[in-house]
Ligand binder design. Structure first.
Ligand SMILES: [Zn+2]
Ligand SMILES: [Zn+2]
Length: 127
């Protein structure tokens, strides 16, 4: 079991069965909503237990997916495809991600111009 929270603590959760790798997405939506890159792990939605969700707000970032963030502190926390049971969870909000490892970089074709193509994990130009 691993815990996570937003910066202000009004969104807190525990999750079982979380994936042990982190995917970094370089697409323009992820870059805007995160402020740089969206680094996330993944879990079945029903393995996430919210111990506080008073700040949780969902934003439909496209017709196929939504993003969860804290409406108080602005932390980018979650990503969900509308037709999938899973949930992407921001790696940065986890309290103990010591067992996790970098998995891959995706949508590198859309990356920002101000940083080089990363070389610490497999790179995919699209998703
Ligand atoms: Zn917050
Ligand atoms: Zn993305």
């Amino acid at each position: 079991m691993i815990k996570g929270r937003c910066e202000c603590g009004s969104v807190r959760f525990e999750v079982n069965a979380v994936r042990q790798t982190v995917t970094v997405c370089h697409c323009s939506q992820c870059r805007r909503t995160s402020g740089h890159l969206w680094a996330s792990t993944h879990a079945p939605f029903d393995s996430v237990k919210f111990t506080s969700d008073s700040g949780l707000q969902w934003y439909a970032s496209s017709t196929t997916a939504k993003r969860g963030f804290c409406k108080t502190c602005g932390s980018s926390l979650f990503y969900r495809m509308n037709d999938e049971d899973g949930i992407g969870i921001a790696a940065g909000c986890l309290e103990d991600a010591g067992d996790m490892a970098m998995g891959k970089h995706i949508f590198v074709a859309d990356k920002g111009d101000y940083y080089p193509v990363p070389d610490d994990a497999p790179v995919f130009r699209q998703g």
